[in-house]
Design a binder for this molecule. Sequence first.
Ligand code: PML
Length: 262
Amino acid sequence: MRRSFSIRMRASREGFHISGAEGIYSEKDIINIVKEYTERAISHAKGKPDEILLTIETLKESPKKISSLPLCTLNTRNLKSAKKSAAKILQAVGISKRAVEEAFKALSIGITMRGAMLIDIEGVRLEPDLLRGVRVTRMGISEKASTVISRILRPLNINNDTVKEALVLASKVHHYPMVLGELCISDDPNYTTGYVASSAYGYIRLPHIKKRGIPYGGRAFFIKGGELKELIEYLQRTPVIINRIRPCRAVMNIKDILKDIK
Ligand code: PML
C-alpha cells in the first residue's frame, strides 16, 4: 500500500489564528506542499504570523474515500437576506430556530475559536472545550478530483483554495450521519461569503453573510442524537479523501434550493 501523509499548517500571531491549510498527500508531494503552505502562511491578508506550525504525519489507516457535497451559490444580496436564507435552510433540515440563533450569536461575539462548536438541535452547546471547539482534521482531495473541481469551479469564478478547502471540510463533516447541518462564516475580514451545509441540501454558499472588515467568524455543527465521543473522534482523526465530485451549480434562489431536496 502507498503511504499517505496528512500535511497541516497553522499560522498565528500572538496566539491569534491567521491562516491554516491541510490535505492528504503522497510522499512525492511533501516538499512542494510544504513550500506552498509556507508561502500561504507568510502572505496572508490578515498579516504576518509570528509562528507557523507545520505537521507532516504518516496516516496509519487508508483514507476513507467519499464524494464531495453538491455545491451552489445563493443569490443573497445583503446581510439580512443571507441570514434569513441560512435560517430557512437549517430549519428545513430539522434544526430549531433557537439553535440557529445561538449559532449566529456565538459566531458574532468577537472570538474565533480554533475549531467548530457543536450545537444540538435545540441550541445546547455540546463541545467538551467551549473555547477551542472541535477542529476537523485529516481530510484531503485526490489529484484527479482536484483537477475536476477546478475545471467545474473556474467558469463559476470561484476556483480558489478557500472554496475548495471549505468544500472538502464540509464534505467530510456531513458524511457522518449525526451531523444535521452547519453554518460557517469566514474569519477573514475581506471574505464576506459563508455557507450552510447539510447532507440533505449540500453546500450552499451565502454571499454577504457578514459585513466587510469583521475579523472573526467560525463554524457551528448542528448535531442530532448519538455518541458524541465517536463523532469527535471521526472529525478529528479519521482520514477522509474526496475522490468524486458531485454537481456544482451557479447562482440559485432559495425557493429552488428548498424544493430540491437530495
Ligand atoms: C474560511 O474562511 O475558510 C471559510 C470559508 C467559507 C466560505 C467558502 C466559500 O466561498 O464557499
